[in-house]
Design a protein. Structure first.
Length: 586
């Protein structure tokens, strides 16, 4: 019997957590009514033909292979349609990264070669932002033992300016994100570094078979912070070029090592300055609190996000940031190994978090999984953030081999997961009703989220080791109203990264952060998406700019348009009015 038949049978069996061992058909004891699907796989009709190259499948077990690669949604040509960039990590002689341009809603064409983004290498993560404030998005790619920075030439092509920009990384780079930590108007870079990997070391599974090594086998590395100095005169041409300065040590971030995998930048303590959270694999997480003077202090333990409720460090990998219970305080969700539990840290007081995983029911999945990429998004637009997770093992499961993944990779496949939010911060596992997204075993790694066709519904792209990149269109039934907000910093001619956006409708409010970085190795839609449920008109939008006083946009202000919903809004800094009488005013 094929594995697909096995999954279909397993999906109909009401056995809760026992599905984690469902490798053989079970005799149905009860048939449950499956919820309607939220996603459809439209990869074939989209024009995206991408298979991840992980490098040679041999007995070398090169560790970067199993960590995978990421993806980015961004509008590289500023035509108003989101495009898609997909990474390969098969090495310098392997397959090249691909850039797909969206030529019409839902249809993409491969423009990799002409773009000059089609580089080969051990490419891991991707971050997208406008580094020179010219209104065009630029691209950074992290690598095993490297980093690449590509400047957008505004003509559909990119130039590699890594050396000119002063960037270097001789270690294993994973996730990265841009932020303006010093409020000088130029976006800086946090580059997360993993472990000091020795590829001559031999590691084995508990069964004695050769397998990929654990990060615990190697020493930790410090992550790197680069300050954007703005345009500087090039020594050879005397023309201005963007330069970065390595400030890792003086900022404090280079003083504490951790096997970093995921990163998110946001204002964690509510003081109006952007902080940095790094998910560390098997070690306590780091929360770097901005001291407003160019330095950071690590306060993960003090603020409750370093360890789980039992005081243990887990295999922290992917990160999602959002307000799951509608209390106006944003929360933190981090994925872990299948032998652990993915963790939800809720912000119960400004800047302080607690592990509420059990209270949220996120510790009760239909099956266990080793989670990597994860996002918080309101997929059915009912006003409440849901959770999507992509899974895939990092060590062999000798109890099951998936014949569809082949004899080498078949030991590592797992199914994705989808959880619906009830509006009170509790979640139910609806994976069995979403077999397009959750029914296929794969070695899931990158998960990027965007409304790529601008229909108001959040879509997903999934990257898996040695597998196809898959594009999932949102088809959730009976969706509510929506709003998409782009916060534009006209003075700096770019998106206001780390701005918090609050949408109000009478007694209701929703908060989102302008932040494409997050998940795992990925860059998401830079716009803030709001599901509004039955709300047909909003009363105000408030923006907490990362480097200026908050502003309120309401009737009569540019971009607000009488509070209409089901549309995309662009709000420019300086065109609202001061946000008075606000308890969170900074």
């Amino acid at each position: 019997m094929t594995t697909s038949r096995i999954w279909a049978i397993c999906a109909l069996v009401l056995i809760g957590g026992a599905l984690s061992s469902c490798s053989q058909p079970a005799t149905p004891t009860a048939i449950e009514e499956l919820p309607p699907p939220w996603f459809a796989d439209i990869t074939d009709e989209s024009g995206i033909e991408f298979k991840h190259d992980a490098g040679p499948m041999d007995d070398h077990y090169f560790m970067p292979q199993i960590v995978g690669s990421g993806a980015a949604f961004f509008d590289f040509d500023n035509d108003g349609l989101l495009d898609l960039y997909l990474l390969q990590n098969g090495g310098p002689r392997g397959a090249r990264n691909r850039l797909y341009r969206q030529v019409k809603r839902g249809r993409f064409e491969d423009v990799s070669a002409q773009s000059k983004l089609d580089v080969a290498g051990y490419n891991m993560g991707v971050a997208v932002a406008d580094i020179n404030n010219d209104g065009w998005p630029d691209v950074l790619v992290t690598q095993y033992l490297g980093v690449r920075l590509f400047l957008n030439n505004k003509d559909g092509t990119f130039s590699d300016i890594t050396e000119k920009a002063g960037l270097s990384n001789l270690h294993w780079g994973t996730s990265a994100a841009f932020l303006d930590y010093d409020r000088d108007g130029w976006l800086d870079l946090i580059l997360v570094v993993y472990v000091d990997y020795d590829d001559t070391q031999v590691c084995r599974a508990p069964s004695g078979e050769r397998d990929y090594c654990s990060p615990a086998s190697f020493s930790k590395r410090v992550s790197k912070l680069f300050r954007n100095l703005g345009p500087q005169a090039d020594a050879k041409t005397n023309s201005p070029t963007i330069r970065f300065e390595d400030v890792s040590d003086q900022s404090g971030i280079g003083q504490t090592a951790g096997p970093g995998l995921g990163v998110v930048c946001a204002d964690f303590d509510g003081d109006g300055w952007t902080d940095i959270f790094i998910a560390n694999d098997g070690k306590p997480n780091h929360l770097w609190i901005n001291q407003k003077n160019g330095t950071f202090v690590e306060q993960g333990v003090r603020r409750g996000v370093a360890l789980n409720v039992m005081g243990n460090a887990e295999a922290n990998m992917g990160i999602a940031w959002g307000d799951v219970d509608g209390d106006g305080l944003q929360d933190l969700f981090v994925t872990h190994l299948s032998s652990e539990t993915n963790t939800l840290w809720k912000q119960w007081q400004r800047g302080l978090f607690r592990d509420d995983t059990s209270l949220s029911d996120l510790n009760r999945p239909r099956w266990a999984g080793t989670g990597f990429g994860t996002v918080l998004g309101d997929f059915n637009r009912d006003g409440h953030l849901d959770v999507a997770i992509v899974n895939g093992r990092v060590s062999k499961d000798i109890t099951l081999i998936d014949d569809e993944l082949g004899s080498f990779w078949g030991w590592y496949g797992e199914r994705n997961q989808l959880f619906a939010n009830d509006g009170k911060g509790k979640f139910s596992d609806i994976s069995t009703g979403n077999l397009a997204f959750s029914g296929r075993r794969q070695i899931g790694r990158g998960l990027a989220m965007a409304d790529f066709d601008d229909d108001g519904a959040l879509d997903l792209v999934v990257m898996s080791v040695n597998g196809r990149a898959r594009l999932f269109k949102n088809i959730a039934p009976n969706p509510g109203h929506w709003l998409m907000v782009r916060a534009w910093d006209k003075a700096h001619n770019r998106d206001a990264l780390a701005a918090d956006v609050v949408v109000r409708a009478e007694a209701k409010e929703w908060i989102r952060t302008i932040n494409p970085g997050g998940s795992f190795l990925c860059s998401n839609d830079v716009r803030a998406h709001f599901g509004l449920g039955a709300v047909e008109k909003i009363t105000a939008i408030e923006v907490r700019w990362p480097d200026a006083d908050p502003e309120r946009f309401e009737k009569g202000d540019p971009g607000f348009e009488q509070g209409a919903v089901d549309r995309i809004v662009v709000l420019e800094k300086g065109r609202g009015h001061k946000w008075e009488n606000n308890k969170d005013k900074r």
